[in-house]
Design a binder for this molecule. Structure first.
Ligand code: ZN
Length: 82
């Protein structure tokens, strides 16, 4: 059985990650814990839509610039209005 594809936090550093040591569940690429986590995140995004990307940046020359916001027909955010 292959190893889980996910990473877990290590230590207190925000950049400390290590590969999950659990075995992938049968028929999955993730251990049961991470499979539930991934499914929960995807379900939440699907039901609630993807949050708008923040384009606010600070610094010289970026005061009034905003990146264009686009939504495609495939975006889950559009499902509620269909
Ligand atoms: Zn895992």
């Amino acid at each position: 059985m292959p190893r889980c594809l996910s990473y877990i936090r290590v230590g207190i550093s925000a950049e400390g990650w290590a590969r999950c040591a659990r075995r992938a569940a049968e028929g999955s690429r993730f251990c049961r814990f991470h499979e539930d986590a991934v499914n929960g995140v995807v379900l939440g995004l699907w039901v609630n839509g993807f949050p708008e990307r923040s384009t606010a940046r600070t610094g010289p020359g970026t005061k009034d610039k905003q990146a264009p916001q686009r939504q495609t027909a495939e975006s889950p955010a559009n499902l509620d209005s269909a």
